[in-house]
Design a protein around this ligand. Structure first.
Ligand SMILES: [Zn+2]
Length: 231
């Protein structure tokens, strides 16, 4: 009986994971920075919360739109490549067979075996063989645009909701240090999670998101303070 293949390859989850982590990271950094910037410029908690809610909605919509457009145009390109391949297979099958053979030789098969494999796969499903082995397109790589857009928007909302909730629950006198500290903590957890699920070094993952997050918050608070004084 064939042994069950139990290796868990991370690439299977890469599509939605990458969108989710980017969305949450963006939500935390942009909303926390917005809150700190408005808090530095104004003296009312309601102004800070209104800015935070507006930032959450605007950010979620722009993430969804951006992800939808980028994934759709990627799938448009893939569909156009596949359509071109279909024409080439119909108009020049000899050349296409030689091309597929060369791909398998390049992967390490001797010429005779590569030619056999290419012939059999072409007979079985030529377009599938060329799409997979020549264009490098498989189901695991091509994301669904709407799914990716929803995942990004949802992740952004979850990310943005953290500093916003903190700002709502914290007395105004301590809002800036509390939102800054808790947002950095959220970024540490997110950085560790992303690095762990992606199989990368956790320390590096944390340092990367915390550095850029802290920088964004500091600069926005500085600009907010400056505008507060200038206004
Ligand atoms: Zn081809």
């Amino acid at each position: 009986m064939r042994k069950h293949h139990s290796e868990n390859h991370r690439t299977q989850h890469i599509g939605w994971l990458r969108a989710a982590v980017l969305g949450a990271n963006d939500g935390i950094v942009s909303t926390a920075s917005l809150i700190l910037g408005v808090a530095a410029a104004s003296s009312s908690q309601s102004a800070v919360l209104v800015a935070g809610v507006a930032g959450l909605v605007a950010g979620a919509m722009s993430m969804a739109a951006g992800e939808y457009v980028s994934v759709s145009s990627q799938s448009d390109t893939e569909q156009a490549d596949i359509a071109r391949e279909r024409i080439e297979l119909a108009t020049d099958s000899v050349h296409e067979l030689a091309e597929l053979t060369a791909i398998y030789v390049h992967r390490g098969l001797d010429h005779n075996l590569a030619h056999q494999v290419a012939k059999q796969l072409t007979a079985h499903d030529a377009l599938a063989a060329h799409t997979r082995d020549e264009l490098g397109l498989t189901d695991t790589v091509s994301a669904n645009p709407l799914q990716a857009a929803m995942a990004s928007a949802l992740a952004f909302i979850v990310g943005a909701g953290l500093p916003l909730l903190t700002a709502w629950l914290t007395p105004y006198s301590t809002l800036t240090p509390v939102v800054a500290a808790t947002s950095l903590l959220f970024l540490v957890v997110l950085g560790a999670l992303a690095a762990y699920t992606g199989g990368a070094g956790i320390g590096k993952g944390i340092a990367r998101v915390v550095f850029w997050g802290a920088l964004a918050m500091a600069i926005t608070a500085g600009v907010g303070k400056w505008f507060g004084v200038a206004a």
